[in-house]
Design a protein around this ligand. Structure first.
Ligand SMILES: NC(=O)c1ccc[n+]([C@@H]2O[C@H](COP(=O)([O-])OP(=O)(O)OC[C@H]3O[C@@H](n4cnc5c(N)ncnc54)[C@H](OP(=O)(O)O)[C@@H]3O)[C@@H](O)[C@H]2O)c1
Length: 247
């Protein structure tokens, strides 16, 4: 089991990310909380009451790729060192049946994938040099198959899963842990207009599942765990059947 003294949560202003910040701070971890909405970050920090002093807010847009190395250096200096980095930022704009929208696809690639690479490349170099650290990427069950609902979103999560696997294959030999977490549906602002979703969980439950995988150093963790057998079945459905379903 790994323990953490300091952490960075990227995408910390709502949903799963705000619960990650809250749980880490309450466990005594000093957390750098990043997202665009400074006011929401401040709300997350202030809500912690006595534990608010453990959270530092850094308003940041992950698509401002050029600013990442300097911001990461600044956070490392402010925190002393960084044990855990969670890349949680993500967007999933609604895509209608029959809609093929490059702008929406571009936005998802920019945040869900390129933002992850912009952050996790310098994080990987830092942790490789220190021979220590844990990287967690929040992928999704949505990345396990290319489904009809939102092709761009499925693509970004599949690519993120592969990128994280490649980082793991580079970094394990240097004592760095790379954890891919694939949540199923979680009740957050991202999913609020999607109607009834299967096995929907609350964001605090998702956050504790993610942190359990981070501490255990899981390779690929499903949250909740029931999604693993479900996705194993879904992944095995042949295309000639899958393309006729509404999954
Ligand atoms: N909800 C689900 O069912 C579900 C399932 C599987 C995986 N996930 C993944 O879990 C992660 C968190 O999602 P959520 O459901 O908690 O959604 P959410 O409440 O909408 O949170 C998304 C977070 O990403 C941040 N973000 C978005 N664009 C950003 C940008 N350009 N720069 C910096 N931060 C940005 C948002 O902050 P600002 O808007 O303040 O920038 C917010 O903190 C995402 O990666 C999502 O794909 C969600």
């Amino acid at each position: 089991m790994q323990t953490f003294k300091t952490a960075i949560v990227i995408g910390a202003s709502s949903g799963i990310g705000e619960c990650l910040v809250r749980q880490l701070a309450r466990e005594g971890v000093t957390v750098a909380a990043l997202a665009r909405r400074a006011g929401e970050l401040e709300r997350v920090r202030a809500d912690l009451g006595a534990d608010a002093g453990r959270v530092r807010c850094y308003p940041h847009d992950v698509t401002d790729y050029a600013s990442v190395p300097a911001l990461f250096d600044r956070i490392c200096e402010d925190l002393g060192s960084v044990d855990l980095v969670i890349y949680n930022a993500g967007v999933m704009p609604a895509v209608a049946e029959g809609e093929y929208n490059f702008q929406k696809d571009h936005q998802m690639v920019a945040v869900n994938l390129l933002g992850a690479m912009a952050w996790l490349n310098p994080v990987a170099a830092y942790m490789e040099a220190r021979r220590a650290g844990t990287i967690v990427g929040i992928s999704s069950v949505a990345g396990d198959r290319g489904r009809r609902g939102n092709p761009g979103y499925h693509t970004t999560k599949a690519a993120l899963t592969t990128y994280l696997e490649a980082l793991r294959n580079r970094l394990t030999r240097y004592g760095v842990t790379v954890v891919t977490v694939k949540p199923g549906p979680v009740a957050t602002p991202m999913t609020k207009d999607l109607g009834k979703l299967p096995l929907l969980i609350q964001p605090d439950v998702a956050a504790s599942g993610i942190l359990a995988h981070a501490r255990a150093g899981s390779v690929e963790g499903y949250v909740p765990a029931l999604w693993r057998p479900i996705m194993t079945v879904i992944q095995s459905v042949p295309s000639f059947i899958f393309r006729r379903t509404n999954i």
